[in-house]
Design a protein around this ligand. Sequence first.
Ligand SMILES: [Zn+2]
Length: 123
Amino acid sequence: MARGKRPKWMIEIAQERMDILFNRAEKEYDEHPERSHRYVELARNISKKYNTAIPDAWKRRYCKNCYKFLVPGRNCTVRLINENINIFCDECGHVTRIPYIKEKKLKRRAKIDSCTFKKRDYE
Ligand SMILES: [Zn+2]
């Protein structure tokens, strides 16, 4: 298949298939964790083949180092450290850090807005 950007309908199908795989990984984790890890592998193959990112809802649910499916409280620990979301993978010990600056920026903006509104009230 040619490289590069895929048509929209193809990306939509790829996203749907990845969503199904991750949903199944979540369901099967209790009884067959090895199947969950395999589903992540399959989803990653789809992601690579169709040049499409893993859906936002799932992209934090696997380890970026060993690519195993992560279930908070089971095989990974999620902690907030130094303005980062730290995801500790218990399978390989890898730590994924995700800054949440976007959320902080929104908060700061909301604060500034409320201040200017207050100022206007006084004038
Ligand atoms: Zn890992």
